[in-house]
Ligand binder design. Sequence first.
Ligand SMILES: [Zn+2]
Length: 94
Amino acid sequence: MATWEELDSTTQEDLTEWLNIVNPDEEDLQRLADLHEAGQFYAVDCGGCGDRIRRGHPDNWDHFQGVRDDEGGGELCSDCYGEYRKLAAFVEDV
Ligand SMILES: [Zn+2]
């Protein structure tokens, strides 16, 4: 089982940014490490604007209430995905 300290700094930053808690305690951090190890968290750069996209899929959301989960689609952030949807709708109408 991976511990928090074993994660690289980029992953740690992605996880804490996503968790959105000012001073996460050890338990919070271990939950994040577990989530990451379970493959239930990922982060990529948006294919449109390059912003960081962070998404988690915990089985139990009880400890992840205030997360900043990106609501876009695929590898697009919510903003770019919204634009993409508008464009797609426009194209379909023609
Ligand atoms: Zn974007």
